[in-house]
Design a protein around this ligand. Structure first.
Ligand code: G6P
Length: 610
């Protein structure tokens, strides 16, 4: 959460480059934004509550002759969104500015110390303000010295960007458990929270490690550890094309990313198959002996990634014959779970930076588990701290509501399950080959699932005024129901609720009344009749039912008011297809309600605080 961009260079104007970068990081937070620019020996700071468009409005007409600066887009933690609480924060004499992503845990005691010992007057409610005051108290002409001294006093997880008009050619960044990269340009260099911010300008980057300072000037990038040793870092080449982080003609990133799912599914599968269709897991060293040693698997994640785990459990248990528990990371890390060296811990994360997932992973590692992560962002913290990494090939996901990351995470689960099964010998070659054949057919079937879009647009127009929607399903369909419900609530603000269909009668059915909308997933052949009975139960209470079934299973038409069909496929694989109409439905309902689809209120894409 929160996005940072820093620029030092002779190419272009720092203000324009930084604001453009912030817009590409707006998915990280959009409560307020601001810039600090060094202009002819002066430090100019402008900040404004609300979207970056508000900041642009504020500075329109002003020209800043600037080659060095920092910018920030905020997701509020300490202190409400307001102009005063917006970043950058400045030193009392206005010479130093700081932007910050994360939380300073000991800011209360630092604030008291700064007030008592240095007579500082605080101007905001945010924890960040202590950082700039500490740097200013320690500044004696060299910004690196002052930042190192300030950092030594801070506790928490954070990354920062700093500029100083009395050391005017450089931008300093520091990373501790919150993401930061440095971009290597020609006549210019960058720091940023994430690659899309600078992809337009550079394709070569350095991944900054925890507890490292990065100092950029227009000609140079230096990285230091906490002992001030200069660190060597290999260059990381970004392989995405710049367009993949653009809207490409779609009205919203979410719609574009929904439509990118056939490609993401294809890439995630085919990158892992050799010419004989055998799974090759480069970067993963899980042998038959390792797999036979595991007596338990935890899949731990947050949000949509957790929902991918709920579906993954079915296939991994079935193919690998190892019990799987799926848990949200924020619970796992504090409940003292039973983990030892016979445990495989699978972390699932699009960003690879989610604080709860990262801390749960560390906890599992401390207890001796082997850690396999399923991650989209290459080089992210989760990936770096795992023993084995399975990268999804979704490409950059910008919309806050996750779509293509989810389906590629699901695809990864099937590949991992198949690999485990065939390596352990718990599935045979014929089953493996049949399953791979079916998986290879999925990208084309996903295209067919996208063809439901026009009819879903019509449904959305009928349904968008409802304030409550229920999602029900059984087996893997229950997992997909949770994801469908999350999509709807996060972007449309409709109160949606998902529940395993068989559990409905144990309480939740009390909420079903005339015209309550129920989305009923009935894609599992062996549970089909059971689902039809559950649909009957809600129909009997007056519900308006939208059924979702496989083509050919049309008995549902007798009970549901509307039916959406997905292409025929084996039961285990329906989640890859059934979620697509649910994403589209959520999208068009949110659109009908006039919601800001790519930037839903109160949310952020990458949650790097607890
Ligand atoms: C946030 C995002 C969700 C995402 C979750 C986990 O809440 O808004 O879309 O599913 O974090 O993120 P991760 O990057 O770990 O998958």
């Amino acid at each position: 959460m929160c996005g940072i961009v820093g620029y030092a260079g002779s190419v272009g104007n720092a203000k324009d480059i930084i604001i453009d970068g912030l817009k590409r990081l707006e998915y990280r937070g959009y409560d307020s934004s601001g810039v600090a620019l060094i202009c002819n020996g002066k430090l100019e700071v402008r900040k404004r509550v609300g979207r970056i468009a508000n900041l642009e409005e504020l500075i329109k007409g002003e020209t800043f002759d600037s080659k060095v600066g920092i910018g920030h887009t905020r997701w509020a933690t300490h202190g409400a969104p307001s102009d005063a609480n917006s970043h950058p924060h400045t030193s009392p004499d206005g010479s130093i500015a700081v932007v910050h992503n994360g939380i300073i845990e000991n800011y209360v005691e630092l604030k008291e110390w700064l007030i008592k010992e240095h007579g500082i007057t605080f101007r905001s409610e945010v924890d960040t303000e202590v950082i700039v005051h500490l740097i200013s108290v320690f500044f004696e002409g060299n910004l690196e010295d002052a930042v190192f001294k300030a950092i030594a006093m801070l506790r928490g997880a954070f990354s920062i960007g700093v500029v100083c008009k009395n050391d005017p050619d450089k931008v300093i960044g520091f990373r501790r458990n919150a993401p930061m990269i440095a971009g290597i340009g020609k006549g210019c260099n960058f720091i940023a929270s994430d690659i899309p911010a600078i992809l337009k300008h550079v394709r070569e980057i350095y991944l900054i490690e925890n507890n490292e300072m990065v100092v950029i000037t227009k000609d140079d990038i230096k990285i230091y550890d906490m002992d001030r040793n200069e660190m060597h870092r290999d260059i990381f080449h970004v392989t995405w094309d710049a367009e993949s982080a653009e809207k490409g003609g779609y009205e919203h990133f979410m719609l574009k990313e929904i439509h990118e799912q056939p490609k993401g599914l294809y890439d995630t599968l085919h990158r892992r198959l050799d010419e004989n269709d055998m799974i090759k897991l480069d970067g993963i060293n899980l042998t038959k002996e390792h797999l036979e040693n595991f007596n338990k698997i935890y899949i731990v994640a947050c949000g949509t990634a957790y929902h991918a785990g709920l579906v993954g459990k079915f296939t991994i248990e079935k193919m690998a014959h190892i019990p799987v528990e799926v848990e949200v990371a924020s619970e796992f890390r504090y409940r003292d779970p039973f983990v030892d060296d016979k445990t495989l811990f699978i972390a699932v994360s699009q960003s690879g930076e989610t604080s709860d997932t990262l801390e749960a992973l560390r906890e599992a590692k401390r207890k001796g588990a082997r850690v396999l992560s399923v991650v989209n962002v290459v080089g992210s913290s989760v990936a770096r701290e795992s023993d084995d990494v399975f990268y999804t090939w979704a490409g950059p996901e910008i919309a806050v509501a996750s779509t293509k990351a989810y389906t590629t995470q699901l695809m990864s689960m099937y590949i991992i399950a198949l690999y485990m099964g065939i390596t352990k010998g718990t599935i045979d070659k014929a089953y493996y080959e049949e399953f791979i054949k079916d998986l290879k057919a999925i990208p084309e079937k996903a295209k067919a699932a996208l063809a439901t879009e026009p009819s879903l647009q019509v449904f959305a127009r009928e349904l968008y005024k409802n304030e409550h929607v229920f999602f029900i399903g059984r087996g893997p369909d229950a997992g997909v129901s949770y994801e469908g419900s999350l999509k709807l609530k996060e972007i449309s603000y409709i109160n949606s609720f998902a529940i395993a269909a068989g559990e409905l009668k144990h309480g939740t059915i009390a909420l079903i009344e005339k015209d309550t909308v129920v989305v009923a997933l009935a894609t599992q052949d062996k549970l089909y009749e059971k689902m039809l009975s559950n649909i009957q139960e809600v129909k009997a209470r007056g519900a308006y039912v939208i059924g979702l079934a496989k083509e050919g299973n049309d008995k549902i038409e007798k009970q549901a008011d509307k039916v959406i069909y997905i292409p025929e496929c084996r039961d285990e694989l329906t989640p890859l297809l059934s979620v697509i109409p649910l994403q589209i439905l959520a999208y068009y309902i949110a659109k009908e309600r006039g919601c800001d689809i790519d930037k839903p209120k109160n949310l952020a894409k990458s949650v790097t605080v607890e």
